[in-house]
Design a protein around this ligand. Sequence first.
Ligand SMILES: *Cc1c(COP(=O)(O)O)cnc(C)c1O
Length: 354
Amino acid sequence: MSITPRDDVALMAGYHSPQVDVAVRLNTNESPYPAPAAWRARLHDALDAIEWHRYPDRDALDLRRAIGALHGVGPELIFVANGSNEVLQTILLTYGGPGRRALVWEPTYALHSHIARITSTEVITGERGPDFSLTFADAAKLVRHSQPDITFLCSPNNPTGMVDDEDLVAGLMYEPSGLLVIDEAYGQFAPKSHVDAVVSGELAGSVVTRTFSKTWSMAAARLGYCVAAPEVVEQLYKVVLPYHLDAFKQVAATLALDYVDEMNARVASLVEERGRLQAALTELPVDVFPSGANFILFRPTAVDGAEVWQQLLDRSVLVRDCSSWPRLEGCLRVTIGTTDEDDAFLTALQEILT
Ligand SMILES: *Cc1c(COP(=O)(O)O)cnc(C)c1O
């Protein structure tokens, strides 16, 4: 007897993002800044107080209260998990699955369709326009036609950086089809968040997901959450594994929420740095896409994108190679780093292109 995975899993490509040892790592949109020293010191002390022989608080109530306070809501509107990818997976396990459909518009975050397929949810794919924008009229037409159980938006969108029109998001919130999931992994870097609209109460069919990985300098901790109506949160908690969020993570994240000002200052400086990088890129032979996130998508015009990626790597600068992704031929994505990292990237890119 041979041991084989499910047929659809056997055919899957998996999700790959190479972790290469380089001097300048600008490929996975992490924060370039370490977490605040004061937080690390307090976490160190807090570790001693953890009862390691006991299961953690299954409901993660302290943490959910602290996150809720950040958004002016109670813990019953907050679902927390091991990275926002686990939030997305739990949403798909709860509202997707065999016989159900999830709608995405490409190009967008690969994990939306990837996790949908893993959970045997049929994926319906719409296409964004030539500049990667999406109008409400086009989006609504596809929603009405395909009647998805889950509709994904990602704003700011990864990997394009585009912030969706308010009309689009607000309009889809009122479409009476399934759950609307707005992935705001980069929400803090954009001028506008949709959390307020979701918590306003009328919008039981909408969910906003957030993560500690990008803004909060805590990618290593694997923490994400969503803000949703209490009846949605209740269903998600039925599906996720019991005690899925360990005690260490709960303490680490709860303490981190005492450092909102530091995090906001980091966001502000990264947004400023994004402007500097954007301006510098426009001086080079590349097409630059506008970004409301902590990364920039660009396409070298004279040299092949994959070749530029390799030559950057040869200079110990790692960016994300999107050049073989559908609709993104020749494109690369660079994470906003520290000023020094970004200068190293720009110098290398200039050498390669000019
Ligand atoms: C990075 C990213 C996530 C996943 O973040 P984790 O919380 O680290 O799992 C989710 N959505 C988008 C769009 C991302 O870019």
